[in-house]
Design a protein around this ligand. Structure first.
Ligand code: NOJ
Length: 516
């Protein structure tokens, strides 16, 4: 699966913001890359307080991105060429500009009032509980006109919907059905673990591990505001709204430890098909940590549950910036050879890096609300680098975020012609994955190699492929296990190695895939 952040992927009309027609024009590229499904981050009408994750109409397209007709044309073309379409679904909160909230805030007895979470002030006038917003400050906002607080787990422009209200659940599942009827193949559901909060409004406990400089919301442990058991009923309802034919995919976004995350598959595997596994993003890039991480994920998976791995997204620093360009190639091999569905963030296939954003260029409210901690997400949301043309071929007008300084070297046009580029590596890996059922369906068995190496075998029926990764920046002489020596390299991160037999040594930062 390939994630497109539509504001930054391709701009067809020169307004500096990407759009749906831009995506459609670039479908040949996605086919050439070799992906199966495309998840498109939000393009719904939105004041863009949180860049689309504040939705003011769930069933339309924001004019900046085009029209419903553009959307239909995009889906038709994607299906024609064999690509699946995954949309973002944002159930936890709407925009404060959504007509539902506009009505709800009109009066305490408005029929829509109970679509959101309202509470009287404490006797001292303060907020009803100590709950914190993910984006800083209290999660409660006083509505002066009606004298009550409303809950916002994210920005105050993103009031939380009340999922305990059956009318809300129905309306939101109708949204899913609306898009299913338009042909979409699935949804990535935003912030699912936030959906339900404690009805008694109990204060969250203090976090003893909090230290200044950490994310402010980490002052508290989110015991009463996230991962409540009721979320699983809601997940089942969303799943049911996808229809009975089993043709559509439900992905859930929740940053949780494995023991909590696994519940999101549903007790009968009737919840999310893929609760996103973000642990490659959250774990330090070190073989001594990654090997047990993979083993732990495999061990936690319920019987019959399908795994998945994510290397990057629009909320986190890019992989090439986190681990450096050489190890980003290792990460590519890892992502494409682990068991389960891999999700690739646009531009990571080029090795795009976070772009420094000057203070006056900051858009992200996370950075604006909590400056100085490096929380801003603009650096990983910059325009896709298509070519060496002005604005990297992303737009004919000035882009909404700056283009990376290195775009003349790091771009699709250039990397497409270079057999040793990151793009070519991704293409080889995805082609191999498509050709070898062992890589998509096979079992996973780790090989006993010392760090900084990480190695495993994927096997389907009689076919076995071995993956050997050097997570270190020095060559590893004699490190290749005896049974892998002399085997022909199918894919390597390094030029000139594919097609030749592997010796006893691995190069610095080298990763290889071998067909045994
Ligand atoms: C997760 C999304 O990925 C992020 O971009 C957004 O700010 C929050 N959820 C709130 O919707």
């Amino acid at each position: 699966m390939y994630q497109i952040y539509p504001l930054s992927f391709a701009d067809s009309n020169g307004d500096g913001m990407g759009d749906l027609a831009g995506i459609r024009a670039r479908l040949p590229y996605l086919l050439e890359l070799g992906v199966d499904a495309v998840w498109i981050s939000p393009f719904y009408p939105s004041p863009l307080a949180d860049f689309g994750y504040d939705v003011s109409d769930y069933c339309d397209v924001d004019p900046r991105f085009g029209t419903l007709a553009d959307f239909d044309a995009l889906v038709a073309e994607m299906h024609r060429v064999g690509l699946r379409v995954i949309l973002d679904f944002i159930p936890n909160h709407s925009s404060d500009q959504h007509p539902w909230f506009q009505e709800a805030r009109r009066s305490r007895d408005n029929p829509r009032r109970n679509w959101y979470v309202w509470q009287d002030p404490k006797p001292d006038g303060g907020p009803p509980s100590n709950w914190l917003s993910e984006f800083g400050g209290s999660a409660w906002k006083l509505d002066e006109a009606t004298g009550q607080y409303y809950l916002h787990s994210f920005l105050e422009e993103q009031p939380d919907l009340n999922w305990r209200n059956p009318d809300v659940r129905r309306a939101m599942c109708d949204v899913l059905r609306f898009w299913v009827a338009r042909g979409v193949d699935g949804f990535r559901v935003d912030a699912i673990h936030h959906l339900f909060k404690d009805t008694q409004l109990r204060d969250n406990p203090k976090n003893p591990d909090y230290r200044p400089g950490m994310l402010p919301r980490r002052q508290l442990i989110r015991r009463y505001t996230t991962d409540l058991p009721e979320v699983h009923d809601a997940a089942r309802e969303m799943r049911a709204a996808l229809g009975q034919d089993g043709e559509r995919l439900l992905i859930g976004e929740a940053y949780l430890p494995f023991d909590r995350l696994m519940h999101y598959y549903g007790a009968q595997l009737d919840g999310f098909h893929l609760p996103f596994n973000f642990h490659l993003i959250e774990t330090r890039w070190d073989a001594t940590l990654l090997r047990p991480l993979i083993a732990s994920y495999e061990a936690h998976l319920p019987a019959g549950a399908w795994p998945n791995w994510v290397l990057g997204n629009h909320d986190r620093s890019r992989i090439a910036s986190r681990v450096g360009p050489a190890q980003a190639r290792i990460a590519a091999v890892l992502l494409c050879t682990l068991r389960g569905t891999p999700t690739l963030y646009y531009g990571d296939e080029l090795g795009m890096r976070d772009v420094p954003i000057a203070p006056e260029q900051v858009h992200d409210p996370f950075e604006k609300n909590i400056p100085g901690l490096g929380l801003g997400r603009d650096p990983e949301r910059t325009p896709m680098q298509w070519s060496a043309e002005k604005y990297a071929g992303f737009s004919s007008g000035e882009p909404w975020l700056p283009v990376a300084a290195d775009y003349q070297q790091v771009n699709v046009e250039r990397q497409r012609k270079d057999p040793d580029s990151m793009l070519s590596l991704y293409r080889s890996l995805l082609a191999l994955r498509r050709a070898e059922p062992a890589l998509s369906l096979g079992s996973y068995t780790e090989l006993d190699v010392p760090p900084p190496l990480l190695a495993y075998v994927r096997q389907h029926e009689q076919r076995r492929l071995a993956v050997l990764l050097n997570l270190g920046s020095t060559a590893q002489a004699g490190a290749v296990p005896a049974e892998l020596r002399g085997v022909q390299v199918a894919v390597s991160t390094h030029p000139g190695r594919a097609g030749a037999p592997l010796g006893a040594d691995l190069l610095a930062d080298e990763g290889v895939v071998l067909a045994l």
